[in-house]
Design a protein around this ligand. Sequence first.
Ligand code: HEM
Length: 218
Amino acid sequence: MDTFLSLYNSSVGKKFVVALTGLFICSFLVVHLTINLFLFKNDGGQTYDLYAHFMSTNIFIRPIEYILALGFLLHIFTSAYLWWLNKQARSVPYKAKASSENSTLASRTMFVTGSIVFIFLVVHIRTFFVPTRFADVEPSSYEMVKFAFRDPLYVLFYVIAISLLGYHLRHGFQSAFQTFGIKDKKYAPYIHFIGGIFWLLIPLLYIAMPVYFYFNPY
Ligand code: HEM
């Protein structure tokens, strides 16, 4: 425990925690997307509700939810803390100018995009997760999704927030591998390719859901 805490107290340790939890969240995004793709199955939500019910009642899945929540919290708290430490260190204006010359916009806006994704998560969990866990009678997840995406403002909010999630991942995914020291030219094309799946394809598929239900409400 002491070793973990002293590692966490170092800047490298915190970067490591952000990278590890970030990739863990990426793996969640794949599982969540796979289940959500059943929303498109033309069976009135039967298959989707079956999976949603399995996920919310299975005794092996429930503990994973706590690990997932811990992963999200560690990622959010540690990256916000690192951002604050960097801000403290970067007090000379000309240094800020120099950093904007050799860094991408995606990397410089990580705190903003991450904060908007955090707001999205709070709203999302309140809309979909809380009712399935705390209502007296378990609602149909499919009906909840269909109902929520009738609202154009809610759909717009999803489209913007998930696009920003993609932008966040554009820098975040490859940055995690740099933190792990994997920047060998040999691996670069693979990281670039898989990174593209995470920042472009996966967000596009997520965005397709609210858009689809908005235009097909019945
Ligand atoms: C836009 C398409 C999306 C739809 C239709 C959707 C739908 C849902 C639903 C129905 C639940 C409750 C599941 C249950 O019954 O257990 C849920 C939970 C959750 N969603 Fe999403 N989601 C979407 C996108 C996202 C994105 C982009 C993220 C991450 C940034 C995310 C993160 C979560 C988390 C953390 C939970 C709680 C844990 C869980 O139930 O697995 N969702 N989502």
